[in-house]
Design a protein around this ligand. Structure first.
Ligand SMILES: NC(=O)c1ccc[n+]([C@@H]2O[C@H](COP(=O)([O-])OP(=O)(O)OC[C@H]3O[C@@H](n4cnc5c(N)ncnc54)[C@H](OP(=O)(O)O)[C@@H]3O)[C@@H](O)[C@H]2O)c1
Length: 262
């Protein structure tokens, strides 16, 4: 076996990826399948799930669809139970499903607050808890959480989203500490501004915001979902066997700071 295969192969692994019907989750799903995993492709919209599975199968990979509208403990538990039954177990859980409602704190409604908390944070907690017994049975369990730059810093205009993603950082560290004894590694990816349906509306479609990003991001552009998959693969693979409780920013240098140089 080549060193590349020893470190990065996911052959024989079973991965449940939430929010794999679109954007970042779809790219991770296709990547994991190409690396050899059988992938549970979760989303809410069957036709989008089917498109991810089509892309996986086109590359010779294997995938199973899961439809679930996340937001409660019960839905999280049912999704994990179904995935474990249909995949034959769970070695890798990627908590990627998420949404945003961009508005200043003063305009946030109770519905905005409850929706973001339920989808971005509470569901992730219950998914992790439900997946734990299955991850324990794996020879090396992996949890990969999708955080955000707001896991690590403040960004005005999305206060509740930022709260949920900051808490994902705390959850990542806590579970890493509690589950290290079970050989389960828990890590978090913190994407910068990545071009997906979530950011197309309201960010990349707004010339003023694009101008701001081109100025503020050292690499002078937003990222693509494909630019996250290297780190996502690292954190699901044997290459990260001694890496846990960490948050990895993939942000074109945004969090490194700012500079007055061109
Ligand atoms: N794009 C960025 O710049 C960026 C930056 C930082 C962090 N993130 C995070 O990355 C993750 C993926 O975002 P994305 O940019 O790839 O967005 P996206 O293309 O809109 O994908 C979001 C995914 O989450 C699923 N989802 C949303 N609400 C759900 C619910 N209530 N129940 C179940 N699934 C639900 C969607 O399923 P359906 O489409 O089937 O409804 C979709 O698969 C999110 O956690 C987001 O916060 C994104």
């Amino acid at each position: 076996m080549s060193i590349f295969e020893q470190l990065f192969s996911l052959k024989g692994k079973r991965a449940l990826i939430t929010g794999a019907s679109s954007g970042i989750g779809r790219s991770i799903a296709v990547c994991y399948a190409e690396a050899g995993a059988t992938v549970g492709v979760h989303g809410t919209q069957p036709h989008k799930i089917a498109e991810t599975i089509r892309q996986i199968e086109e590359k010779g990979g294997s995938a199973v669809p899961f439809v679930a509208n996340l937001g409660t403990k019960e839905v999280s538990e049912t999704l994990v139970d179904e995935a474990a039954a249909k995949l034959g177990g769970i070695d890798i859980l990627v908590n990627n499903a998420g949404t945003n409602r961009r508005k200043p704190a003063i305009d946030v409604t109770e519905d905005d607050y409850k929706t973001l908390m339920a989808i971005n944070l509470e569901s992730v907690f219950w998914l992790c808890q439900a997946a734990y017994p299955h991850l324990c049975k794996s020879e090396c369990g992996k949890v990969v959480n999708t955080g955000s730059m707001t896991t690590l810093t403040g960004i005005g205009g999305m206060p509740v989203y930022g709260m949920t993603k900051a808490a994902i950082g705390q959850l990542t560290k806590t579970l890493a500490l509690e589950w290290a004894k079970d050989n389960i590694q828990v890590n978090c990816i913190a994407p910068g501004f990545i071009r997906t349906p979530l950011t197309e509306a309201g960010i990349f479609s707004d010339p003023k915001k694009v101008k701001f990003l081109d100025h503020r991001i050292p690499m002078k552009r937003g990222g693509t979902p494909e630019e996250l998959i290297g780190t996502a693969l690292l954190l699901a693979s044997p290459a990260s066997s001694y890496t846990t409780g960490q948050v990895f920013a993939i942000d074109g240098g945004f969090l490194a700071g700012g500079s007055w140089l061109d």
